[in-house]
Design a protein around this ligand. Structure first.
Ligand SMILES: *Cc1c(COP(=O)(O)O)cnc(C)c1O
Length: 373
């Protein structure tokens, strides 16, 4: 058996500490599921594990229709395609992973950035209406770091202009808002089950919708758009394999342990970190998922000093998210988003994962607390 434990007077082992480390279920539990694949010889095309994982995820999240797909980026593209959006403007946030804006561009649409609010870095709903034009086709906000967007305000604006809301919920698995999964809000919500996310299937993602007609359309589009020899519409290949689904089935029963372990680490940081860094404030009614531990430095120079000090100890936090997406060099048009640009210049995520040792958290906190201001 491999152990990572050592006493505090020994030096920490030399392997680098990254911002995250993939959770792995007990080996025997995964192998047990693999046996089922070997016995059936069914590897993909809506096999029994894919269908079972979809059912279990629907139940876990309390949603009616969830489609398990190949990744979170394709999930966003599928949502746009299912909404029938092939051109026009999509209102979105500049503070996200590049996949959000990438999916918009790949679907031949134009991202229109609306700046974020400064409490928990989600799109500022008070600035959305000013960005609506006759070419607007949808709103694509992001529940960044699992902080819920202002779903009520966004829902009202969307209804006023008859626009679908597609939430990029890649970070929102396990987070709840007002007693419901954050992923249950919006006309569409997507998720990523990439290996670096808190619940993963190695690679994978999902699209959540709420009515049967949309679900049927989505189901068709993700498998090339045909039923047998009847070709109905242009589709894409977003089917997931039985091996990936098996990883999801092995991981899902461990969700409460995963959330508890992450919570403990985040709370330890909370108690140890002085006022060298600022922390975002989660909104009232949010039950967080502890997927990330974002901290705001006073400025970029202080962030870089912290990174240099931590790198000296083999510890590598990440600049999430940098740069602000309105600054991407390949955008043909863009506009200033001062809050997002400021946050992006001085925010970082500290390591949080199941198995991260308390003493590493202590080491990180004490290093940060010693940074010159
Ligand atoms: C990870 C991520 C995605 C993309 O998910 P993949 O499964 O890696 O394709 C999309 N949006 C955000 C905000 C993400 O963090």
């Amino acid at each position: 058996m491999m152990t990572n434990f050592h006493t505090s007077d020994e030096p920490r082992n030399a392997s680098p500490i990254n911002v995250t480390r993939s959770y792995l279920p007990p080996w025997e539990e995964y192998v047990q599921l693999l046996r089922g694949v070997w016995e059936s010889h069914v590897l993909t095309n809506q096999g029994k594990y894919v269908l079972r994982l979809q059912r279990e995820l629907q139940e876990y999240l309390g949603v009616q229709h969830l489609f398990y797909v190949t990744n979170g980026a394709v999930a966003l593209q599928l949502a746009l395609a299912t909404a029938g959006i092939r051109e026009g403007e999509i209102i979105t946030t500049p503070f996200s992973y590049v996949a959000t804006v990438g999916s918009i561009l790949w679907e031949r649409c134009t991202p229109v950035f609306v700046d974020i609010e400064s409490e928990h870095f989600t799109i500022d709903p008070t600035k959305i209406e000013a960005a609506v034009t006759t070419r607007t086709r949808a709103i694509m906000p992001v529940h960044v770091f699992g902080y819920a967007c202002d779903v009520e305000a966004i829902g009202k604006i969307a209804a006023r202009y008859n626009l679908p809301v597609i939430y990029d919920g890649a970070h929102a698995f396990g987070a709840r808002y007002k007693g419901k999964s954050v992923l249950s809000y919006g006309d569409y919500a997507t998720c990523s089950f990439h290996a670096t996310k808190l619940f993963h299937t190695v690679e994978g993602g999902a699209v959540i919708v709420h009515d049967t007609a949309t679900a049927e359309k989505l189901d068709l589009l993700r498998r090339f758009g045909h039923n047998g020899d009847e070709h109905i519409s242009l589709g894409i290949h977003a089917k997931q394999s039985e091996l990936h689904a098996a990883m999801g089935l092995a991981n899902l029963p461990h969700m409460s342990e995963i959330l508890a372990a992450r919570r403990r680490i985040c709370e330890l940081y909370d108690t140890l970190l002085g006022d060298i860094v600022q922390r975002p404030t989660p909104q009232l009614g949010l039950e967080p998922n502890y997927g990330y531990y974002p901290v705001l430095f006073r400025g970029e120079a202080q962030l870089l000093a912290a990174f240099a000090a931590l790198a000296g100890q083999g510890i590598y936090p990440r600049r999430y998210f940098y740069p602000s997406l309105n600054k991407l060099p390949y955008l043909s048009q863009t506009k200033a988003c001062p809050i997002s640009e400021d946050v992006a210049s001085r925010i970082a995520c500290l390591p949080v994962y199941v198995g991260l040792q308390d003493e590493v958290v202590r080491e990180i906190a004490s290093t940060l607390n010693k940074i010159d201001t």
